[in-house]
Design a protein around this ligand. Structure first.
Ligand code: ATP
Ligand code: MG
Length: 331
């Protein structure tokens, strides 16, 4: 039997180059070797967008289009919409007894996200947001996933999932699978603003659907080495966000770029123009494929719903075993 993958995205906005190198390329390559489920996590997206359900609803389709555009093939992978699989919510409730509030508060990703969402949460975070790693544990384990390809920001959530599984197995005697995280070669791509993570929620991203003009404007705004002011100043690629992106998009040109920058033979404007072109060359076919899927919304919607139906039947089977082990099956 093929091993299983659970992966996915929150429909909080379109997907960007951080997702592409951090998660999507790996996801596409792995779909040939694993039974892959791609979860569009709309319930999780509502934990910090509860006051804007229209954003979440609209982005379910956008996120599906991005996945299709980069090569997720619905004949190989199964798309699933989280809210249409209520068994996940049910399992989340059971798991919520197996994790303490202080453990959730110590989760470093949750901690930094709460800080970033000061405007929304002020001094008191919601029960739903604090608990989202618990619902993520339910997402992963209800599909009995072996492997979860993620960006580095998700490692603490995977650790939390593994802890919940161990506790569950210890108490209820059911052997739930302990999933493994899998990182790509670019586990954490920085934002244009130099923030340590490019994120749809931080407005610091280059989206897969951005047109050449927008790409160029965004690249020009990327944070570079503050000590390099003139063309002849020697640069430090290690503190330059544009250089980080060159690593992903500029292939064989990288050596020359590095040497010229360090030697003071390269201006940042020229360097960024080259980068914009390379990004555009990579994104142009993805953009085209995306537009073609976008012109068939009915087909995409049907594909999402049929995938969800298949995924739900897998989830229902797991839930039956979970309930049996918890003495919750009544004749
Ligand atoms: P949000 O801010 O709404 O949480 P996000 O940009 O973090 O959005 P998610 O949908 O939460 O995107 O993440 C989808 C996947 O992409 C996850 O596996 C996550 O780890 C990965 N990912 C997201 N941003 C990056 C990044 N900047 N670098 C590498 N991987 C990333
Ligand atoms: Mg995220």
């Amino acid at each position: 039997m093929l091993k299983r993958i659970l992966t996915g995205d929150r429909p909080t906005g379109q997907l960007h180059i951080g997702h592409y190198f951090g998660a999507l390329t790996d996801r596409v390559a792995l779909q040939d070797k694993f039974e892959t489920y791609v979860l569009i996590a709309d319930v999780q997206a509502l934990t910090d967008n509860f006051n804007h359900p229209e954003i979440v609803r609209q982005n379910v389709l956008e996120v599906a289009l991005d996945n299709l555009a980069v090569g997720i093939d619905p004949t190989k992978s199964t798309f699933a919409i989280q809210s249409l699989i209520p068994e996940i919510a049910e399992l989340t409730v059971f798991y919520s007894n197996l994790v303490t509030i202080s453990r959730l508060q110590q989760n470093p990703t949750v901690k930094s996200e709460i800080k970033e969402k000061q405007l929304l949460f002020k001094n008191s975070v919601t029960y739903g947001f604090l608990g989202y790693p618990v619902s993520q544990a339910a997402d992963i384990t209800i599909f009995e996933a072996d492997l979860v390809p993620v960006g580095a920001d998700q490692l603490p959530q995977l650790e939390q999932t593994r802890e919940i599984v161990r506790k569950f197995n210890q108490i209820y005697g059911l052997i739930l699978k302990e999933p493994q995280a899998r990182l790509s070669n670019f586990p954490r791509i920085k934002g244009l603003d130099g923030n340590k993570k490019m994120s749809k929620s931080l407005a610091n991203a280059i989206y897969l659907a951005d047109n050449p003009k927008v790409i160029q404007e965004k690249v020009m705004s990327a944070v570079t080495d503050p000590a390099k002011v003139r063309l002849r100043d020697k640069g430090r690629p290690e503190v330059c966000t544009a250089y980080d992106y060159h690593k992903m998009f500029s292939g064989d040109e990288l050596r020359t770029i590095t040497q010229e920058c360090r030697a003071g033979n390269r201006g940042c404007v020229f360097c960024k123009e080259q980068l914009s072109q390379n990004i555009n060359t990579k994104l142009a076919p993805i953009r085209e494929k995306r537009q073609s899927f976008a012109s068939q919304p009915k087909t995409v919607k049907e594909m999402l719903l049929s995938g969800t139906a298949k995924a739900r039947s897998v989830a229902q089977k797991t839930m039956l075993r979970v309930k049996e082990s918890m003495l919750l099956v009544y004749p």
